[in-house]
Design a protein around this ligand. Sequence first.
Ligand code: TYD
Ligand code: MG
Length: 455
Amino acid sequence: MAKTKRRYICQACGAVSHRWQGQCADCAEWNTLVEDTPASVFSQKHDLSSGGRKIEFVALDTPGETLERRSTGLAEFDRALGGGLVPGSAILMGGDPGIGKSTLLLQASAAIADAGQDVVYVSGEEASAQVRMRAARLGHKDAPIRLASATSVRDILTTLNAMAPPALLVIDSIQTMHSDTIEGAPGTVSQVRGCAFELIRYAKESGVALILVGHVTKDGNIAGPRVLEHMVDVVMSFEGERSHQYRILRALKNRFGAVDEIGVFAMAGQGLEEVANPSLLFLSGQDQPVAGSAIFPAIEGTRPVLIEIQALIVRLQSGATPRRAVVGWDSGRLAMLLAVLESRCGLNFSTAEVYLNVSGGYRLQDPAADLAVAAALVSALADRPLIKKSVWIGEVSLAGEIRPVAHAGLRMREAAKLGFEHGFGPSDTGQDISGITYENLSGLFKLVDRIVPSS
Ligand code: TYD
Ligand code: MG
């Protein structure tokens, strides 16, 4: 018989290693490797070509079987899901602790229950009394939700199998669940994976929409089990800065819809409020232009959102290593932009500390933001404000060229509608740019020229 190899799984990132080490080679966390129970043991029958059941094939145009979506009662949640909950689907809801996952799901559960559908909400983190208190605070004291505080997947499934399947099952959180068929403490990779597998199987068989809450680790992965991302149909991430009011719900993976739509919420005293028109939300509202601030017209799904990017440059006197700190953007991308500005435009950031902040706790992912970031940096370095009421789009290449971006026309028209007068971007937009004075910037040096005219 083949010897089963030992394997060790990092509890922080899910990386697999064949020998135990004190530090995970992938994520560099200490003491996170735990031996995994072997996934499969070969049976005597190696030949799989006979002895099974025949499967049935269906044509693509088979009538019936359309997936009818159910509204969550929150339009922004529905939008991020691509139109609502699909029965029998499994959704993983990730986000930092305290960002508002439980609040969002309790509000959605209450709305669905109020609409006459059965909802089961199982909390493994809070006692029922605590959840009831929160529901009262959210104004849903009387919502007919079936609420339980439990952590045993066996208890949960036994209970569910003895009743009619609900429309929605919320498990808050998967890291607190425990299965007595698997070794290990709750929250370990094998427990999380095993519990999720059983719950997802129940959802598929019964047609229940399942939402699993998952915590996020320090580096932004949904804790431990990246494996979970493969098991579920939809991976959602609830983002924002805890100190800010706004929260963004984003689909990172969606088997039933697009992943570029976002839902926008504001955390208020009575829970999350939906923000139907977020275009001006992430601007600081300053009338006078300040150095180091640039506006980027982002497109999220089908909606334009104007985002303010702020840069601060501090010259160092001593020879200390200067800091680069970024909030809301990729630090690797910032390093690249600084390098391009230095080598192609002759600017010098090497003795300066660079701070970059995307306002409102927004996390920018669109590569079209490069030019706006570069404009903010150059403006901060020169200590000159950018031209009033201007927006900036374009991807910057290593050679310092400004590349065309998607939806240039739409971005500019929307900015024009919101009162912006000047647009800067690549020469080839391929789209109608009316309503705004548009200026081509063929290269990054042109940007520098525009902000710091050479004498
Ligand atoms: P919570 O939903 O518990 O976060 P998660 O489940 O993602 O850990 O949200 C907790 C935070 O939200 C808490 O810090 C307080 C804040 N909050 C409000 O500001 N208003 C409210 O009405 C509620 C219920 C929470
Ligand atoms: Mg919670």
